[in-house]
Ligand binder design. Structure first.
Ligand SMILES: *[C@@H]1O[C@H](CO)[C@@H](O)[C@H](O)[C@H]1NC(C)=O
Ligand SMILES: *[C@@H]1O[C@H](CO)[C@@H](O)[C@H](O)[C@H]1NC(C)=O
Length: 341
């Protein structure tokens, strides 16, 4: 009972009277999605082909796929953790759905989290939608990230958003929060090639957090230490001025997993299996997920451990509190290298 019932319920977004706010409430999701037939016109809705969501539903009912069972458990755990940790439903504004990308041809909604293979997912969505070459591996990253290359759910009206939330397969990919953070730091500050980030954020960090900084560092922001980066994240002024940059913003703050109902929670740690699980649901057997190159050097966990070893327990605790929701919602255990006392 519990399973069927949970699965059928789906968050619906309805427009709030007069306001540009979207209100989330829960209502039963139409089982066969028959009524969607009228309103949305793609191949799978004409009855020739099952939608990815329908395929997942059938797989879940058949109890025959161990991988579907893993995803069902992740979904259940996410739901339970959300109801345990979040208070009543909040309001969602259209711009909160900016990270949710839409593929109308296949009935997909993908919330992208930077540093979690999102370039490759964008390439796949571009290839699926026919907006780019059919082999995702040949699509340049620049094209995948170009603004407007893929429609975002935020671009639609509340009624159109509702329709898609009801009938599309909704998924995201997450990653161990501190490994993601370590990766963001390395990519944006520790390697010389992200001059834009160093200029925009690095100079700000040095100005704010480094007493007696030398003029070169102030001008270039090129040598930000991990401790300084964390100090910037924990500084209350940072989020008062503007939201975190998406590369270090918490996944839950980008994708709202307690307000939107995700059908598949993929993990970076099991990217190969989880990506092909999604692509199997989509029913595009010829499409291969382009795996990112194997990172050189130490394992991601060891790299994160090394960065954190010079951070005081006091700051470790505060940083853990900042990212705690991502640890809990996505079932990541507290890293053993932390000294949280
Ligand atoms: C959708 O519409 C087509 C034709 O308009 C119909 O043949 C098909 O049975 C419908 N599918 C569902 C699920 O209602
Ligand atoms: C949560 O994580 C634990 C420990 O890694 C694991 O044993 C368990 O299967 C996970 N649960 C879900 C639902 O993924």
């Amino acid at each position: 009972m519990g399973r069927r019932c949970c699965w059928r319920r789906r968050g619906l977004v309805t427009a709030c009277l007069g306001a540009a706010f979207l209100l989330l409430c829960t209502a039963p999701r139409a089982l066969r999605l028959a009524f969607e037939n009228r309103s949305l016109g793609s191949i799978w809705l004409s009855g020739e082909r099952r939608s990815p969501l329908q395929v997942l539903y059938d797989l879940d009912q058949s109890l025959s796929s161990p991988l579907a069972e893993v995803h069902r458990q992740r979904r259940d755990l996410l739901r339970q953790t959300c109801s345990r940790l979040t208070r009543r439903q909040h309001l969602l504004r259209p711009e909160d759905l900016r990270h949710v990308l839409v593929d109308d041809a296949h009935g997909l909604l993908y919330c992208y989290v930077p540093k979690v293979a999102c370039t490759n997912w964008k390439r796949v969505l571009l290839a699926l939608s026919g907006r780019a070459r059919s082999d995702p591996r040949t699509i340049p990253a620049r094209q995948a990230h170009a603004p407007g290359s893929l429609p975002s759910l935020a671009d639609f009206t509340p009624a159109e958003i509702n329709k898609r939330l009801r009938s599309y397969l909704t998924f995201l990919f997450v990653r161990e929060p501190f490994e993601r953070l370590a990766s963001a730091y390395r990519n944006k500050f520790a390697r010389p090639y992200s001059e834009a980030f160093q200029r925009r954020y690095g100079t700000r960090i040095v100005r704010r957090l480094r007493p007696r900084a030398n003029p070169d560092a102030l001008a270039r922001g090129h040598d930000v230490r991990f401790a300084e980066f964390l100090g910037y994240l924990l500084d209350p002024r940072t989020r008062r001025d503007e939201p975190f940059n998406e590369h270090w913003e918490r996944a839950h703050a980008l994708c709202h997993p307690c307000r939107l109902r995700y059908d598949v929670v993929g993990k970076f740690e099991t990217l190969t299996e989880d990506a092909s699980f999604v692509l199997d649901l989509v029913g595009e057997p010829d499409l291969r997920f382009p795996m990112p190159p194997r990172p050189k050097g130490a394992a991601p966990r060891d790299q994160a451990a090394r960065l954190f070893q010079d951070i005081s327990p006091f700051y470790q605790r505060r940083l853990f509190d900042l990212y705690k929701m991502d640890f809990l919602l996505f079932n990541y255990s507290t890293p053993s290298y932390l000294r949280l006392r």
